[in-house]
Write a protein that binds this ligand. Structure first.
Ligand SMILES: [Zn+2]
Length: 317
């Protein structure tokens, strides 16, 4: 009722939004975020001033996402489109093109120091080009896209999002800048929390198994070693020989714990757990938040939950 009233006072908005009445709001900007973690950053920066549509929702896997017709409609009316980039959203380039979207696509990972995808290293030793193609045309598997798994990188994401909002809505810029500063202060505290928690894990207990290589940036910045049967994308399943190699490696390296991920099928991890005698230590949130009632419905909660889960499963001595 309230919503309808607001719309009725603004004839221009009503005309523009005809056909999408369920999503019409008083917001200054219509934002599309490619997946849940970016959606949460956008909410923290934009507050009530932005309306956010998230394409790949809670517990969703963006690597293998298949767009729905509603996604194209959301992109078509968007003022700003936020994507991770680094080849994470394989679906996005074609979808943006097909939707006729007019908004610019902002790669919010821009400015981080990307990690090369390990499985690709031998193919690219000579080249080493670091150019950024637009609209998701990165060579598949060239970089590890999971940069949000370092809180330091998340601070860069937030700055990029605030810059993009300021460009699209100059009047709101002071609000976006203030929101981003407040949220970045929380992220700085979170980063310290992660360092303290992971720093307390004994040196001999720092090898962890998950199902795909989603924690490379966590490893680089916080010093826990992650190994996985699947590479930086979930697109290709691990082969029997990949799994056999991993089990061999676990025996040599004495992994201290094994975890499921919220976005992947548990079967492979359960098999590896059985064959190595490691007990499954719970679920880590890798590429998506949990639903609202879950334990990781925001980025800050995701990190805190992952740390608690890691600490609880890794022997303290
Ligand atoms: Zn992933």
């Amino acid at each position: 009722m309230f919503r309808m009233l607001r719309v009725a006072t603004c004839a221009g908005l009503l005309t523009f939004s005809a056909g999408f009445s369920t999503t019409v709001s008083a917001a200054e900007l219509d934002i599309v975020a490619s997946f849940s973690i970016i959606g949460d950053f956008a909410r923290n920066v934009g507050g009530d001033r932005v309306a956010i549509t998230t394409l790949v929702g809670p517990d969703g896997d963006a690597h293998v996402y298949e767009p729905r017709p509603a996604d194209a409609a959301a992109l078509q009316r968007a003022d700003v489109i936020l994507v991770n980039g680094l080849g994470f959203e394989g679906f996005i380039g074609r979808l943006v093109e097909a939707s006729g979207a007019k908004a610019s696509v902002v790669e919010v990972s821009q400015g981080i120091t990307p990690l090369k995808a390990s499985e690709d290293e031998h193919h690219h030793e000579a080249g080493g080009h670091e150019g950024h193609d637009h609209a998701g045309h990165h060579h598949h598997g060239e970089f590890d896209p999971h940069a949000w798994q370092s809180v330091r990188n998340a601070e860069i994401y937030v700055k990029n999002i605030a810059d993009a909002f300021c460009k699209a809505d100059k009047a709101g810029c002071p609000i976006y800048t203030a929101n981003a500063a407040a949220y970045t202060a929380r992220l700085a505290d979170l980063d310290k929390e992660v360092r303290d928690a992971i720093g307390a894990i004994p040196a001999g207990r720092r090898t962890i198994i998950t199902s795909h290589d989603a924690f490379g940036y966590f490893e680089r910045d916080y010093g826990l070693r992650f190994i996985a049967p699947e590479g930086v994308s979930t697109e290709s399943e691990a082969s029997a020989s990949d799994v056999a190699k991993l089990i061999e490696q676990v025996k040599e390296d004495k992994a201290s714990a094994i975890f499921l991920e919220n976005i992947t099928n548990p079967r492979l991890i359960e098999q590896i757990a059985t064959e190595t005698g490691l007990k499954v230590g719970g679920t880590l949130y890798s590429d998506a938040l949990s639903g609202k009632d879950g334990p990781a419905s925001t980025y800050v909660d995701l990190f805190r939950y992952n740390i608690r889960t890691l600490k609880a499963a890794i022997p303290a001595s």
